[in-house]
Design a protein around this ligand. Structure first.
Ligand code: TUI
Length: 314
């Protein structure tokens, strides 16, 4: 079984994180992943602190293993949520969509392992200086809020920039992707889209079906004009949004168009107004299975590839 600096650091069996997907990654999904030997991560997203606290408590009733909380730094509730993770003594905090510098000291003093998403080399160096335990290098193949660089070019550069273990994310959904990430220097992986197919993932059936049926060209990026590019399935909503964006719709109206769209996708499966976040790898996600099975399967697929060169390499 593959052991890395990440399994050792967190005391987990498999170096596999479940991404902190807003509105989706709740206590139930996170507990199933942690129970399966990976790291389950509850998404704080834009939710109030009380919601995050209740999801942590739900996860604690379902597993005794370490869990994480992802803090989305653009959230209006970020300061309250930053306190809740300390009060509830979660083992790991991951951050996304910004710079977590001002919170890091308090989290470290509480004994929390801090693992930020870094979208650049400069950010990786800063997080290393501030005492992060590891960093997540997330390429633009991922779903949701995306950076400029792809996983293929980001991961090696982040590995060169820090002595910390690096977790690769973006475009990884099976053992081949895990093996490739490890070849680039990663010591762990984070997957989001693959876990949308987990039995314990309670997104609307319409959302799940769209992921299972997706093909290679089924995602697109919108939102660049407002400075927050987001990758989602190429639905009617995404196309309409892109048209509005390029058609010169004022920023305030564009902003309004996006509000609540993710909730409408996750809870209502609303094809016309919902924003179905998904990574480019949605095309290879084609069956439902328990979260624990996903964790084990991707690592069992990766192991023979990593221990012996592919048979087509002579
Ligand atoms: O954060 C994500 N994925 C997300 S967040 C989200 S919700 C959202 N709400 C409103 C606007 C936009 C998104 C949906 N999906 N992934 C991690 C990630 N973090 N990707 C990129 C970054 C990132 C970007 C800039 C991390 C650090 C950063 O630093 C900027 C700085 O201040 O230097």
């Amino acid at each position: 079984m593959i052991k890395t600096a990440i399994t050792q650091l967190l005391g987990i069996e498999y170096p596999v994180f479940q991404g902190g997907m807003a509105w989706i990654a709740d206590g139930k999904l996170a507990a199933a992943v942690s129970e399966g030997g990976g790291l389950g991560i509850i998404a704080a997203g834009n939710a109030p602190a009380d919601y995050v606290r209740s999801q942590i408590q739900i996860a604690r009733t379902l597993t005794k293993k370490p869990i994480g909380v992802n803090i989305m730094l653009l959230s209006p509730f970020v300061d309250e949520v930053a306190k809740v993770v300390v009060e509830e003594k979660v083992e790991v905090v991951t951050t996304g969509a910004g710079n977590p510098s001002k919170h890091i000291k308090a989290w470290l003093e509480a004994g929390i392992k801090v693992i930020p998403v870094v979208a650049s080399v400069a950010m990786a160096k800063l997080m290393t200086r501030l005492g992060a335990s590891a960093v997540i290098a997330e390429g633009g193949e991922s779903g949701g809020h995306v950076g400029e660089l792809t996983t293929m070019v980001l991961v090696p550069q982040i590995c060169d920039a820090t002595h910390l273990p690096v977790i690769a994310a973006g475009g990884i959904a099976d053992g081949r992707g895990v093996a490739a990430a490890f070849m680039l220097g990663a010591q762990g992986v984070q997957m989001g889209t693959r876990f949308l197919s987990a039995n314990e993932c309670t997104i609307h059936p319409v959302y799940k079906e769209k992921i299972l049926k997706a093909n290679d060209l089924c995602t697109m990026v919108t939102g660049k004009k407002l400075g927050h590019p987001v990758r989602s399935l190429r639905t009617q909503f995404a196309r309409d949004y892109a048209k509005a964006e390029f058609g010169g719709m004022p920023d305030e109206e564009l902003e309004k168009l996006g509000v609540g769209a993710l909730r409408l996708a996750v809870q209502e499966g609303d094809n016309d107004k919902g924003c179905f976040l998904a990574g480019q790898i949605a095309a290879v996600v084609n069956r439902e299975q328990p979260a624990a099975e996903i964790v084990k399967e991707v690592m069992e697929e990766a192991e023979p590839i990593l221990l012996r060169a592919p048979q087509w390499v002579k």
